[in-house]
Design a protein around this ligand. Structure first.
Ligand SMILES: Cc1ncc(COP(=O)(O)O)c(C=O)c1O
Length: 398
């Protein structure tokens, strides 16, 4: 059993904020003097900066990532009788938002070795009732949406020829992937709509809850702006039943301050990921995908190890935190009172996944210590890692 040489938490939010403290406090002081606490100029300024950063026409701040999903569904016309396709291995908020708008969830399994939805499985799940597909850029890894969009375009074309056209919106869940890109396009600009979360633990996180929707479509944007503020078209004139989902000005100024550092922080996460890869590559464990055309922001560094509970306990003994994102698939949640069948890749992933600490403040020595401890565990439980290399090579084919 290891004895702790270092204490390494899953996150160091206090360290992240320390260099920004003076700026954030002075922004908040300025707000106190203006009395502008909800929406207003600070939120509009933040939205404009995010839209420019992500390369989209519209960015609309809302109260959380969950609200962002719900409002994106509303603006895409998703409602009772409709189906929404999404992977079964992600965060429960997607299920909740689908239920909130009265639609039905349909799950499509992951593609092995990617942690991301398999576009072929998604297309197989499409029916006449499908109104939206929600790919999730899980762990900060951007999903290539091109094959999915091509397949949807082909389907739309044949439906048009048969006069049965019904559009299917692609709504990216980019909650964990602010700044990630695929072939040079940032996530948030890949689908018809996209949603982000600024929950404090996200790679761009506020000091409280917050969320955002992006789109290039002027009509969707106008509708979401109305829906987030009680469906008001003008003061006390309510054009539809909306919601109270306004981004607080205090979060907008904090997020604006942090936006200045996002590239440097995402680089820091990639630096840690590269070091993990170099030190763990020969072990019989699954490592995150490293796509040629993808730039991940490594919201998580997720390994796959069949007896991960034992590794987790071993790391804890050594003073190293690790986490299970997520130990149970969405279709297996008790909230669902029905059976969805099985999704073998997602289920195996939930049983084997283990997330290691990853944040820009993590030092090279800390990463080395974590990797060394993992290697010790493999050595103690599996013997010579050398003999297991064969296993690792075939990981992606399992
Ligand atoms: C993939 C994913 N989608 C949606 C959400 C919901 O975001 P929020 O917590 O801001 O409501 C989260 C946040 O944890 C998430 O990780």
């Amino acid at each position: 059993m290891p004895s702790p040489k270092m204490k390494i938490p899953m996150l160091k939010l206090v360290d992240q904020h320390a260099p920004l403290r003076a700026r954030i406090l002075s922004e908040i002081d300025r707000l106190l003097q203006t009395g502008q606490f909800v929406l207003g100029e600070p939120v509009a300024a933040f939205e404009e900066r995010v839209a420019a950063y992500l390369g989209v026409r519209h960015a609309i701040g809302v109260a959380s990532g969950t609200d962002a999903l719900m409002l994106a569904f509303r603006s895409a016309g998703v409602g009772p009788g409709d189906e929404v396709i999404t992977p079964p291995f992600s965060f429960f908020a997607i299920s909740e938002a689908i239920e909130l708008v009265g639609a039905e969830v349909v799950f499509a399994d992951l593609r092995e070795g990617t942690y991301l939805m398999d576009p072929d499985r998604a297309m197989e799940a499409v029916t006449e009732r499908t109104r939206a597909i929600v790919p999730v850029h899980l762990y900060g890894h951007p999903m290539d949406l091109a094959p999915l969009k091509r397949a949807l375009d082909d389907r739309a074309q044949s439906a048009k020829n048969a006069n049965t056209a019904k559009s299917i919106a692609v709504i990216e869940d980019a909650a964990q992937a602010f700044g990630a890109s695929h072939r040079g396009t940032k996530v948030g600009a890949l689908g018809d709509l996209a949603t982000f979360s600024f929950y404090p633990t996200k790679n761009l996180g506020g000091c409280g809850d917050g969320g955002l929707i992006t789109t290039d479509d002027d009509d969707h944007a106008a509708e979401i702006r109305m829906l987030r503020d009680h469906g008001q078209t003008e003061k006390y004139v309510h054009g539809s039943f909306g919601w109270n989902s306004r981004l607080d000005a205090i979060q907008a100024v904090i997020l604006s301050a942090k936006l200045d550092h996002i590239d440097e922080w995402n680089d820091g996460r990639r630096r840690v990921a590269a070091q993990y890869r170099a030190l763990l590559a020969d072990l019989p464990a699954g490592l995150p995908p490293a796509g040629d055309n993808s730039v991940s922001v490594y919201h998580q560094f997720a390994m796959r190890v069949p007896d991960r509970d034992s590794l987790m306990a071993y790391l804890a003994e050594a003073g190293i935190a690790s986490a299970l994102h997520y130990p149970r698939c969405l279709h297996q949640q008790p909230a669902y009172q029905r059976s969805f069948g099985s999704f073998p890749v997602a289920e195996r992933t939930a049983a084997e996944v283990l997330c290691l600490p990853i944040y820009p403040e993590l030092t090279e020595d800390e990463v080395s210590y974590i990797a060394e401890t993992i290697r010790d565990w493999f050595h103690e439980t599996k013997g010579d890692a050398q003999s297991s290399r064969q296993e690792n090579r075939s990981w992606g084919e399992r």
